[in-house]
Design a protein around this ligand. Sequence first.
Ligand code: NAP
Length: 358
Amino acid sequence: MSSYSLEVVRKDLGKTRIVDLPEASAGAGEAIFRVDKFGLTANNITYGVAGDIIGYWQFFPAEGDWGRIPVWGIGTVINAGTTDLKEGDEYYGYFPMSSYLVVKPDHVTPRGFTDGAEHRSALPPTYNQYSLMNEENGFDRQYDTHRMVYYPLFATGFILDDYLFDNDFFGADKIILSSASSKTSFSLAFLLNKNRDCHVIGLTSTGNKAFVEGLGLYDEVVTYDEVESMDASSKVAFVDMAGNRKVLERLHHHFNDNMVCSCGVGITHWESRDGQDPATLPGAKPTMFFAPTQFQKRGQDWGPAVLQQKMNDAWIDFLGSVDSWVTINERSGPEALQETYQEVLHGAAPNQSFALSL
Ligand SMILES: NC(=O)c1ccc[n+]([C@@H]2O[C@H](COP(=O)([O-])OP(=O)(O)OC[C@H]3O[C@@H](n4cnc5c(N)ncnc54)[C@H](OP(=O)(O)O)[C@@H]3O)[C@@H](O)[C@H]2O)c1
């Protein structure tokens, strides 16, 4: 059977190619995964945009100017080699958009393992962990596709909700979320709406306004060209999924010292990165949110089991609603993958999401 990989030009994410892969082979201590399915959203495009800064290109190296963008997905062990993995077992984790992945399992436990491959050793540990997909490990298999598409985004929403609460919302009267139509933003809005008594404003593009309003999760929905119409006398905390420098600049100048928190999370507007140096903007200094720090804090405060339980409970609630907002499209084959990648790169309709296989 043929094996493929989708590669993109690292400095020109619109250029892609499908590469035929050689037959997979496992060296000493290595195992081979078939990559079964994966989710693809703007989050994966951001891995490409921030690939050099955070090291995302190093997970699954490619030749020359080409790179392999990581995705969250499910893989099956098809050749365990001499490792402690079991053929046929399925794992959730970080994969390339390829037919297979060769890993070097380390710290194998009944819950999962770490890929100990040399080229991944200096990268953030969260991305090197693979979880065995069974009930004891918290996987409800009827939601496999939801897990791949939404869970990494929902988990970020979960910890952002907690981070804002843990910091008394930085004294803000209102919370503003940009790219309010994104899955990460509406996961956060879902949790703020459910858990907290606060006013949440969704900031979005004109074309996505109706979708955002239809979610019913935001107290107000404002488009990017209406930024200056917001009440500047309120103290606001801004959680930025869009990374649009012009919008950031306008918000900071509009709210001035009433911008009490400016928390960078994403770069969905990857084509709009020109604007005033964020460090020189009035109001709170824009900072990048680093989810593992807050996860670590809550792991210590509550213990890992309680943290996991809280996340699972919130996830189950979210699963009860998300299908009424977004439809998951399952697509397969190299051509479908290339087309879907272009769709996501240029901003897919927010009421559609994608689960892919090669
Ligand atoms: N730091 C972290 O730990 C972390 C974790 C998870 C996610 N994130 C980030 O959060 C962001 C959202 O990710 P997601 O997967 O939830 O996104 P998503 O659901 O795929 O978001 C789609 C939305 O993003 C905007 N968008 C996407 N592509 C665009 C384009 N080419 N031009 C203009 N707008 C575009 C549009 O929203 P609007 O019209 O509403 O702007 C669109 O409706 C990503 O940047 C991701 O990396 C960060």
